[in-house]
Design a protein around this ligand. Structure first.
Ligand SMILES: Nc1ncnc2c1ncn2[C@@H]1O[C@H](COP(=O)(O)OP(=O)(O)O)[C@@H](O)[C@H]1O
Ligand SMILES: [Mg+2]
Length: 307
């Protein structure tokens, strides 16, 4: 059951404890954390807040704990906890150099982390390569999109995962799947699925990149700054797609610098500051200003209260 199937209700809230239910697997961790700090305390200390969804227990699709990652002698991620839930958009925010891309690369198996625990749908897993991540249903839409300009939409969607009928490519099936996926995502049509990428606008390219991620049986989709290079209307379109993915039950992680976008579309916000997760809060419980403070200083004046 996906309690957040409509993407908004019930909204998961920060927990104020101490009475926490055991997790579905009875494991220790966020579900029966022994501490009794409130979110306020945690934010004030710079520690990561954790939540319990309202009303019922939901296993996070993605659950990282104690993640450490160094490049040479530089510690880029330090004891990072991060969760993403089915049916929700989790915004990952932080200043340049905070470690967002590094965390995404750990999630996608591009740069496996040095220490820490990676759980997927409640099970400990090893994600040592992009293939491991893909196999689990974790797809990353990288900032540069990595589309092939000279190929058409169908070819890009199925690049490296082509459908075949015997020895030949099954073009009809691939076209049909492309059409279905795009019409399920698109606010507006982009015409023929045989258009070359080089003829598409920035927003349309972003849509193709997202379609490529969700064409497969994905459960977690991570989008790195999908609206960074887009105009207002196209940004709106991409945000609607992001919301729709969550409403379909996917766990969506959105990296963004734009507070308006973050507040428009996210259910939770996770803030990285110099490689540490300084807050994971319900979007409804924080203000723009508090999030900006978390990003710039790692702490927030009066967390948990709207101003
Ligand atoms: N391959 C790398 N080798 C060495 N340092 C790196 C590498 N990639 C990132 N870093 C460093 O790690 C820190 C975090 O970078 P990054 O994850 O890209 O941050 P963000 O995406 O939040 O801007 C930065 O200080 C950056 O210089
Ligand atoms: Mg980055």
């Amino acid at each position: 059951m996906n309690p957040a199937g409509n993407g908004r209700e019930p909204v998961a809230r920060p927990i104020g404890f101490p009475a926490l239910p055991d997790g579905p697997d009875g494991a220790s961790g966020p579900w029966n954390a022994a501490d009794t700090l409130t979110d306020h305390d945690r934010l004030a200390r710079g520690g990561a807040a954790r939540w319990e969804p309202l009303g019922m227990s939901v296993t996070p699709a993605l659950d990282l704990r104690g993640i450490g990652k160094s490049y040479g002698s530089v510690k880029v991620l330090d004891d990072v906890a991060f969760s993403a839930y089915p049916g929700e958009v989790t915004a990952l925010v932080g200043d340049n150099g905070a470690g967002k891309t590094t965390l995404v690369k750990c999630i996608g198996g591009i740069h496996p982390f040095d220490t820490g625990e990676y759980r997927f749908e409640g099970r400990p897993v090893r994600v040592g390569s992009p293939r491991d991540a893909t196999r689990l249903g974790i797809e990353i839409v990288h900032q540069d999109l990595a589309l092939c300009e000279n190929l058409d939409i169908v070819e890009n969607l199925f690049l490296g995962r082509e459908r075949r009928r015997g020895l030949a490519l099954d073009e009809d099936t691939m076209e049909e799947m492309a059409r279905t996926t795009l019409s399920g995502l698109s606010v507006r049509t982009m015409g023929s699925v045989r258009r070359r990428i080089s003829t598409l606008s920035g927003g349309q390219r972003q849509t193709v990149a997202i379609a490529r991620a969700v064409l497969w049986d994905s459960k977690v989709v991570v989008l790195d700054e999908p609206a960074a290079a887009l105009g207002v209307a196209q940004t709106q379109q991409v945000l609607e797609i992001v919301r729709r993915l969550a409403d379909r039950g996917l766990a969506v992680v959105l990296i963004s610098h734009n507070m308006n976008d973050v507040f428009a579309v996210s259910d939770r916000i996770a803030a990285l500051y110099l490689g540490r997760m300084v807050a994971q809060v319900s979007t409804a419980d924080v203000t723009h200003r508090q999030v900006v403070e978390l990003i710039t200083s790692g702490t927030s004046g009066e967390p948990g209260k709207r101003r």
